[in-house]
Design a protein around this ligand. Structure first.
Ligand SMILES: [Zn+2]
Length: 109
């Protein structure tokens, strides 16, 4: 695979543009919002089976964390994991964002 340099600003801007609600909806992940400490979203972890949701999404931090398995990361890591099972398959994430949110590919911006 060809290595391309993606400007840091791409990640910062896209994370600010994206809304967890839209992302989770597009990924087909059921979630609900909680009121504790602001609007945090909760869902059942996609990384393991569980009966009660321990996967949380913080809109202010653009981050996710699972209290069940300890996995955490940012919006890009989560989308990558949901799509491919890997945390850093950014190529797939770029194309997915382009298709679902009309976000220009980083090398087209
Ligand atoms: Zn988990």
């Amino acid at each position: 695979m060809k290595i391309r340099r993606i400007p840091h600003s791409y990640f910062v801007e896209v994370k600010q543009e994206l809304d967890w609600e839209d992302v989770l909806h597009k990924l087909g992940i059921k979630f609900h919002s909680t009121k504790k400490g602001g609007s945090i979203y909760e869902a059942k972890c996609i990384l393991h089976n569980e009966n009660t949701p321990s996967l949380t999404f913080n809109p202010y931090m653009c981050a996710f964390h699972c209290f069940g398995c300890g996995q955490s990361g940012d919006t890009f890591n989560f989308i990558s994991y949901a799509l491919t099972g890997e945390l850093y398959n950014y190529g797939r994430v770029f194309r997915w964002l382009n298709k679902n949110f009309n976000i220009p590919l980083p090398w087209d911006r």
